[in-house]
Write a protein that binds this ligand. Structure first.
Ligand code: GDP
Ligand code: MN
Length: 349
């Protein structure tokens, strides 16, 4: 069968096949994955999909981070799958441990209570270190300091459509700083005092609150209460320099001081989302409708058959979470005066 169609912005080679790699400039960007050695085969699946759908044409680097030393098998398998340079880093102890001000007895008691209440990861210490690390430290790891942009990839995700352009470049060209594909409501039990802690922060640092922010995405009553909407952070394409800014670091330190990562079970998703929603201009947050994605248990499958055909998508349209009751995407569309796609009403149940 003759190869048909060439990658956008490229011309076929003399052999008639589309070039294996898209010509042109690259952004200062990397993939970043936090994983354990035992996650090797789950992350292998993710890398294979990211490479097939996008990165084999762009060859961006891939940074792997771990609180432990990566073993040879992990490095061998992931380096073989990735088309760009791979780098492996160990997380410094201070970025993966209890800060001194944490009362250990109080933290242990919370974990016992959450275990009784069967709150997901409620009894886990390592999950809390993970959430705190993803909230405040991954972008400061020495291996990450070389990069301005990152794309976070977790084990066992799927990409369902071809991505024929460079999302990093799209972000830069369109002055975006943060992006998402899925948004939903957080479990209230994991963040009971997060919003009040954020309000203390914005009262102390009003200069960090963007004038044209996304408060309407986060709150239904002008900021009095949090509606628990957040962007799901297992997928993120974002600007690491924004996270390295004094504004974000002051925000993270304020949250960290309050102890909520350990006295509750704050996730990095609501932490990033509230920061983006309040401290970025709403035009700086992008919804990647064209990146079809799965992380258990939710799917983003772009609405519109023509798009799915043109991009060789293999997701099941009925699985699309966008317009379901538990999704927050409608709020994002309404906040930004975006037109919902043809046929979205049929996907609401
Ligand atoms: P979930 O998506 O909230 O269910 O959480 P995951 O189990 O997927 O963890 C989120 C990310 O952190 C994934 O990339 C995991 O591989 C990684 N992760 C979770 N716990 C640990 C840990 O203890 N050590 C390391 N190195 N990575 C972890
Ligand atoms: Mn996950």
């Amino acid at each position: 069968k003759q190869a048909s169609g060439s990658v956008q912005g490229t011309t076929p080679n003399s052999n008639g096949l589309p070039p294996a790699v898209v010509n042109g400039p690259r952004m200062n960007a990397t993939f970043v994955t936090l994983a354990r050695n035992q996650d090797v085969w789950e992350i292998a699946r993710s890398i294979r999909q990211v490479e097939d759908r996008f990165n084999r044409k762009f060859n961006y680097d891939w940074v792997f981070l771990n609180d432990d030393e990566f073993n040879d098998e992990f490095k061998k398998v992931t380096t073989a799958l990735a088309s760009g340079k791979t780098k492996y880093g160990k997380i410094p102890k201070e970025h993966w441990s209890f800060p001194d001000h944490i009362d250990q007895d109080k933290a242990a008691k919370v974990r016992d209570e959450m275990r009784e209440k069967k709150i997901i990861y409620g009894d886990s210490v390592s999950y809390r270190h993970m959430c705190r690390f993803e909230s405040g430290f991954f972008f400061r790891h020495p291996l990450m300091l070389d990069y301005e942009w990152y794309w976070r990839v977790e084990p066992s995700i799927e990409l369902y459509c071809d991505i024929d352009y460079d999302p990093f470049k799209f972000m830069a060209d369109n002055k975006k700083k943060y992006s998402f594909v899925l948004s939903l409501y957080e479990y209230v039990e994991t963040i009971p005092t997060l919003w009040n802690t954020v309000k203390d922060f914005t009262a102390k640092f009003p200069q960090y609150v963007a004038k044209d922010n996304s408060m309407k995405f986060l709150s239904d009553n002008g900021g009095v209460d949090y509606n628990h909407c957040h962007f799901w952070s297992n997928f993120e394409i974002a600007n690491a320099n924004w996270l390295r800014s004094q504004a974000y670091l002051d925000y993270f330190n304020h949250l960290d001081q309050s102890g909520g990562f350990f006295y509750e079970r704050w996730g990095d998703a609501p932490v990033h989302s509230i920061a983006a929603g309040l401290m970025l201009d709403k035009s700086e947050i992008h919804f990647f409708n064209d990146i079809a994605y799965y992380h258990v248990p939710f799917t983003h499958c772009p609405t519109g058959e023509q798009y799915r055909m043109d991009h060789k998508c293999h997701c099941k349209p009925e699985d699309n979470f966008d317009w379901k009751g538990y999704s927050c995407l409608s709020r994002f569309y309404e906040l930004n005066d975006m037109k919902k796609p043809e046929g979205y009403e049929k996907e609401q149940n």
